[in-house]
Design a protein. Structure first.
Length: 80
């Protein structure tokens, strides 16, 4: 039975968000796409919008060229 609901494919990407001055910057390292916002939530939402627009408008070759499939986020400890 057809319900009329279309399921869109999704892709899980990394978002790194850090405070910068009076706001927040959000970065997706897999595609080097960034955005900003006044709050963490706004920066995250703006990054989702920027990534959505990137995938809607970028040529397949640009997506392939900018794609980094192995991103590792970790912490390091240094002497201070």
């Amino acid at each position: 039975m057809y319900t009329g609901v279309v399921h869109q494919a999704t892709r899980r990407l990394t978002a790194i968000i850090e405070r910068e001055d009076d706001g927040f910057v959000a970065l997706c390292p897999e595609f080097d796409v960034a955005s900003q916002g006044a709050s963490i939530e706004e920066a995250r939402a703006n990054l989702v919008e920027a990534l959505t627009l990137f995938f809607e408008t970028a040529a397949d070759q640009e997506i392939d060229d900018r794609s980094s499939s192995e991103v590792f986020v970790t912490q390091v400890e240094i002497p201070v």
